[in-house]
Design a protein. Structure first.
Length: 249
């Protein structure tokens, strides 16, 4: 395996093109590794399901401390819930492996200058994605309070696990994806699609666009979550401009 990676890198440094079938074999090898790791983590998460469920329910219990039970309506719902939670947990745990294998797959085809920036971009993208998910997790409590109270005093929550998990995971995924915003902006500046000066000139339009994006990627629809997502994105916009200026020097 190490010998294959060394040969691939030597080919890339010499400007050679890897045959199409070798690309497919390399991709298959990376996919198999990810699939095995995902399967192992799925089993582990299936075993530690109670702890994962408690972790995902914690925002609900903070928002509704008197009653934060989730109610199933079918005998099979308990099993499907455990499988779904195990899948969510396995995907989260496998994410570093997915990014590493993707990195190993594309490295042989990168030029020397591109390799210099590629690893920092992968690390930054990973860190920002996780930061977005963490922010969504701690914001979800306020989103639930808003969604429950806006129905009025005569409405009591009675959540089923599927809809609850779908909402919290969608929100965490949405925040994680939108936190990739500065990485994309810096990349666009490096390939000269946009310039720092042009981005700075259109900052007002960018702020409006960011607020709109925050509204779209906030599935709960509550103002607090939208604001919590929009403010970091606005800050990221100006930070990305500053990073773009430094890298262009």
């Amino acid at each position: 395996m190490a010998e294959t990676e060394t040969n691939n890198e030597e080919l890339a440094s010499q400007g050679a093109v890897m045959p199409w079938m070798d690309h497919l074999k390399e991709l298959r090898k990376r996919v198999i590794v990810v699939a095995i790791v995902f399967f192992v983590f799925t089993i582990v998460c299936f075993i530690v399901y109670p702890q994962i469920l408690d972790f995902l329910k914690a925002p609900y219990c903070r928002a509704s401390p008197k009653n934060c039970n989730l109610y199933i309506r079918s005998p099979l719902d308990g099993l499907s819930l455990r499988i779904r939670v195990a899948g969510y947990g396995a995907l989260f745990c496998t994410l570093p492996v997915i990014l590493f294998e993707a990195w190993q797959f594309v490295v042989p085809g990168l030029k020397e200058r591109e390799r210099k920036y590629a690893l920092p971009f992968v690390l930054a993208a990973t860190a920002l994605f996780l930061a977005g998910m963490v922010l969504a997790y701690f914001t979800f409590e306020h989103a639930l309070k808003f969604l429950v109270t806006i129905g009025g005093s005569g409405v009591d929550p009675l959540f089923d696990p599927t809809s609850y998990l779908k909402l919290i995971m969608t929100m965490m995924l949405g925040f994680g994806v939108t936190f990739e915003f500065p990485v994309i902006l810096v990349a666009l500046q490096l390939v000269n699609v946009v310039t720092p000066a042009k981005l700075l000139a259109y900052w007002r339009a960018a702020v409006i666009a960011v607020v709109t994006i925050a509204a779209v990627f906030t599935p709960s629809g509550d103002p607090f979550s939208m604001l919590v997502l929009a403010l970091p994105l606005i800050a990221f916009y100006f930070i990305a401009i500053g990073i773009g200026k430094l890298l262009k020097k």
